[in-house]
Structures are given as structure tokens and as C-alpha cells.
Design a protein around this ligand. Structure first.
Ligand code: AMP
Length: 389
């Protein structure tokens, strides 16, 4: 098996290099090109990682290489959602396929404890976990991390948004201070900077992208609709799409309702939201990945983590809460450099909130928002009237 020269130059361990070839990666993505050599040096690193950038491999390639070099080493990867953990563990499986000694454990809430206990009893070399369930295991003594050598915090900002700060802090208190720590985050709010200052030692900053914009391969479009039109327009867009489609709604109820509507029109649709059981979610995701369902209707819970390469279109049935969620939602398409389309349905009621996101994304403003802005500019400001001498 020939390893592509660009990866071969990185002097990776053989099982990892073989896995890269088997996975069909020929060229490192920009974040991999920067991060892999830095992480291989053993220093702490912090990275602003764009969705779909190849960040999982950017840390797994060097971390697995380190673990292969010393059988005492152990790595913990913390991620905010069960979906993301499952997805990371799939990538771990691929990178360790030529190194049978590298057993790993998946630790997530909502999954049977028995299987996890069995995996943990075998002293896994890699643990991929959500913070809550991991802390449960640490407290009940089913997991001992005294020899941990690598800690990865993936989607750190989302972990904080979801209220996992106490659990993350508890994990950090229970692991050796002598370790390599890597932090990946889509954004760097105050809490993440504070965390980085506390748990990383002289971290190298790996920055691939300066401004928070979605990948250029994604064509973005806004479509003005009325509330009553939303279902029909969504159906039209689905019918016009060339590949799999993910549709985002604001609530669980709206997800269920839209999925039922699409089903009535013969669309092979599945749905995912926080009220569905882990079993239902897994089934939904695997059915979507295998092509059994062409369309997935989802709340934002699926915006992170879900990695299906053939998603041609993302439809925002409801506008997202903010620009960050927008980037994460539309990042489900345009994966690994492929082209994608992202359409956002905007009702008159949503125009104001959408304009806020559109401005941040550098997208054209909806006509109505433009008019409102112009009207505001022509009105004499209060300050002008009352304070001018
Ligand atoms: P991630 O940002 O880690 O979720 O990765 C996004 C997608 O890019 C996944 O489908 C990966 O399998 C794929 N990917 C990661 N690295 C490479 C690479 N060097 N070449 C091709 N595809 C890649």
C-alpha cells in the first residue's frame, strides 16, 4: 500500500499511514497540514476548527501515532453529543484498524452500561466520551485515568453551551497534570479562553481560518415565503435536490409535523431530535447514511457531528437562532470540499432576525430588511433632536 507523499512526509507510524491510504485520503486538509506536525511534537494546542475541515483526523492521526509509540499511553476525547462521540469513534476505528492492540471504549449516556463496563475493564487505550457519563464512571470507580497522557476537548464551545463545564472541570481534576491537551472549538467565547488558560500549557494556536464564514463551496440562498407556504416550498426544494437533504426546524414538534407532511407526499424521510431514544436516533442516522431515507428532518441537535458526505442540500425550514448555528447547520453539506447548497426559508416575521445572520455572513439582505434600514436612516435620531445645540 503506498502512502500519499504529503502524508508520508509527516513521518507517521505505519499503521496510521496505512489507515490513511485505506481511507482514501491523499492530501491533508489545511487544518491537518498545520495541526499534525505541531501535535506530533507533543505540545498543547488550541484550534479554531471549521466544521467539515477534517479536524477529527487532524488530532487523531498524531494522537494515535503517539499511543502506538508507547503502550502505557492513553487518550481521552471529550465531545458534547452522543452523535459526535459515535462519529469520532467511527474514525478512531478506522485509524486503529491496522493496530489491533489499540482497543477503545465509547462512553455515552443513554447507552447500555454493561457494554461500557466491559470495554472499560479492558483498559482501553482510547476513550471517546460525553462528559456526563464519563464522570459517572470515574465516580463509581469503573474507570481510572491516572495514566492518561492525552486529552482532547472537541467542540469545546458546544460542551460549555450544553452546561458541561462542571463535568469537564471534574474530569480535569481527576487526570494527571502531566499530559498533552488539545482543544478544538468553532468559536472562542470568554469561557473557552478561560478554560484554555487553565488547562493548557503554553498552547500553540493553530488557526486556519480568520473570519467566521461558511466554506465557499456552499452556495447559499434565501427564499422569501409565507408561513403557509413553508411546507410546499420545502417539498419543491427536496424534489429539486440531487442528493440527500437535511431540513432544520426550530422545535421537536415542528420536526415531527414536517416529517409527517413529507411522508404523506411519498418522501423517504426520517427525523431526529432530543426526545427520540438513542436507539431511534441511531437507526435514523444509519438509515440516512445508507440512503434508505433521502431526507432527514432535524432540530439543531443534529447540526453538530452528523457526517454524511452525500448531503447535497441543507434547508433551513426555520431560521437558526444565531450565526454560529447557521454555520454549523449548513456545514452538513459541502463536506470535504464537495459542493453543496444551503437554502433558508424566511417569512416576514423572521426577516429581522435573518437580516442579523445575513449581515454577519456577508449575504445580501432581504428586501424588507433593506427598506426598514433605509427608513431608519432617514428618520432624525433622538439624539439629534434633543441634544443638538
Ligand atoms: P471532520 O471535520 O473531522 O468532521 O471531517 C469532515 C469530512 O472530511 C469527513 O467525512 C472525513 O472523512 C473527511 N476527511 C477528513 N480528512 C480528509 C482528507 N485528508 N482527505 C479527504 N477527506 C477527508
Amino acid at each position: 500500500m503506498n502512502v500519499s507523499p504529503m502524508f508520508a512526509n509527516m513521518s507517521l507510524s505505519l499503521p496510521v499511514a496505512k489507515a490513511i491510504t485505506k481511507m482514501g485520503f491523499t492530501t491533508p486538509t489545511p487544518i491537518q497540514e498545520k495541526a499534525i506536525p505541531i501535535i506530533l511534537k507533543g505540545v498543547d494546542a488550541i484550534s479554531l476548527a471549521e466544521t467539515g475541515s477534517g479536524k477529527t483526523a487532524a488530532y487523531l492521526i498524531p494522537v494515535v501515532s503517539h499511543l502506538l509509540a508507547d503502550s502505557e499511553r492513553q487518550a481521552l476525547i471529550l465531545a458534547p453529543t452522543r452523535e459526535l462521540v459515535t462519529q469520532i469513534s467511527d474514525v478512531v476505528k478506522q485509524f486503529t484498524q491496522f493496530a489491533q492492540e489499540m482497543n477503545f471504549a465509547v462512553v455515552i449516556g443513554g447507552a447500555p452500561l454493561f457494554k461500557q463496563l466491559k470495554q472499560l475493564a479492558r483498559r482501553p487505550r482510547i476513550i471517546v466520551a460525553t462528559p456526563g457519563r464519563l464522570v459517572d464512571h470515574l465516580r463509581r470507580g469503573s474507570l481510572d485515568l491516572k495514566k492518561l497522557s492525552h486529552l482532547v476537548l472537541d467542540e469545546a464551545d458546544r460542551m460549555f453551551d450544553m452546561g458541561f463545564a462542571p463535568q469537564v472541570n471534574e474530569v480535569i481534576r481527576r487526570i494527571p497534570s502531566q499530559r498533552q491537551t488539545l482543544l478544538f472549538s468553532a468559536t472562542f467565547p470568554k469561557e473557552i479562553r478561560e478554560l484554555a488558560g487553565r488547562v493548557l500549557r503554553n498552547p500553540v494556536e493553530i488557526e486556519v481560518r480568520k473570519n467566521q464564514l461558511p466554506p465557499a463551496v456552499i452556495a447559499q440562498k434565501m427564499i422569501s415565503v409565507t408561513v403557509a407556504d413553508k411546507n410546499d416550498r420545502t417539498l419543491d426544494l427536496i424534489n429539486a435536490a440531487t442528493g440527500s437533504v437535511i431540513v432544520f426546524t426550530r422545535t421537536k414538534h415542528r420536526t415531527d409535523r414536517l416529517a409527517r407532511y413529507l411522508e404523506e407526499y411519498g418522501v423517504a424521510v426520517t427525523r431526529i431530535h432530543g426526545d427520540r431514544s438513542q436507539g431511534q436516533r441511531n437507526k435514523s442516522i444509519s438509515g440516512f447514511k445508507s440512503g434508505l431515507y433521502r431526507v432527514m428532518v432535524a432540530t439543531d441537535i443534529a447540526a453538530r457531528g452528523l457526517d454524511v458526505s452525500e448531503i447535497s442540500d441543507v434547508i433551513n425550514y426555520d431560521i437558526p437562532m444565531n450565526a454560529e448555528d447557521y454555520i454549523h447547520r449548513i456545514g452538513r453539506t459541502g463536506r470535504a470540499g464537495q459542493e453543496g447548497r444551503a437554502m433558508t426559508l424566511v417569512t416576514p416575521e423572521e426577516t429581522h432576525d435573518w437580516a442579523h445572520i445575513a449581515r454577519k455572513m456577508g449575504l445580501p439582505l432581504p428586501e424588507m430588511a433593506k427598506k426598514a434600514r433605509q427608513a431608519k436612516q432617514h428618520r432624525p435620531g433622538r439624539q439629534g433632536r434633543f441634544f443638538r445645540k
